[in-house]
Design a protein around this ligand. Sequence first.
Ligand SMILES: Nc1ncnc2c1ncn2[C@@H]1O[C@H](COP(=O)(O)OP(=O)(O)OP(=O)(O)O)[C@@H](O)[C@H]1O
Ligand SMILES: [Mg+2]
Length: 238
Amino acid sequence: MSDELKVEGLVTGYGKQEIVHGISISAKPGHITCVFGPNGSGKSTVIKAIAGLLPAWAGTITLGETELTGLPVHDMVRKGIVMMPQGGGVFPRFTVMENLRMGGYSLNDANKVEERVEALIADYPNLQKRRNVPAGSLSGGEQMMVAIARALVPDPTFVMLDEPSAGLSPALVNETMDRVQALRERGVGVIMVEQNIREALPVADSVYVFAGGNRKFAGSRDDIKGDDHLMSIYMGGD
Ligand SMILES: Nc1ncnc2c1ncn2[C@@H]1O[C@H](COP(=O)(O)OP(=O)(O)OP(=O)(O)O)[C@@H](O)[C@H]1O
Ligand SMILES: [Mg+2]
């Protein structure tokens, strides 16, 4: 039985400003967990805290029986938990290959990293063709693909994707959702923050809605579809 990732009572913020006021979420391997909510509701803040980029002021993060609260990013990566930041975070002056290799920085085995990078890029023909060009010369959509592929280099158990479809053409949004589903089929747990609810909801196994740094909803896709009030307030009315 694979381990569940559990966040309980997370409180965090920036400086002295508390932004997230005790949020609990859990995610399973082989499952797509979607986080929705208005701008500024704390979605990115929560996943940054899970990734080890922000300290938990209160609450716990556990993987199965193992407590991970307070581990730095590279240790979280070694535990199998990786984040793709909002906007992708691709380094424009570095080549596609260099960007992908950075995804393996916390692994100590250069050959293994090279093997993973080659296996991943083989899956993206557009990137393969342009592997040695600066990532900044790619389209926004292609850069997002670099960012997603880079997050997969460490072969994560859980990958957190912060708005992977932002700024993509409709065709690329579909491709992204297909890739997310392919990850689920391989047993990877996906935690996906999305604005693009129309495209993301159909692939979600479970859904959270945040507002104002609090959790407003937790349930299945069907639960939320049946909740007219939530749908109209947070999901754009359909
Ligand atoms: N680095 C930061 N320093 C200070 N405040 C921040 C920082 N990042 C975010 N915030 C604040 O924290 C709150 C929550 O931001 P967060 O980025 O988590 O929202 P979000 O739900 O991801 O929104 P969006 O949909 O716009 O990405 C906002 O009020 C934001 O202004
Ligand atoms: Mg955000």
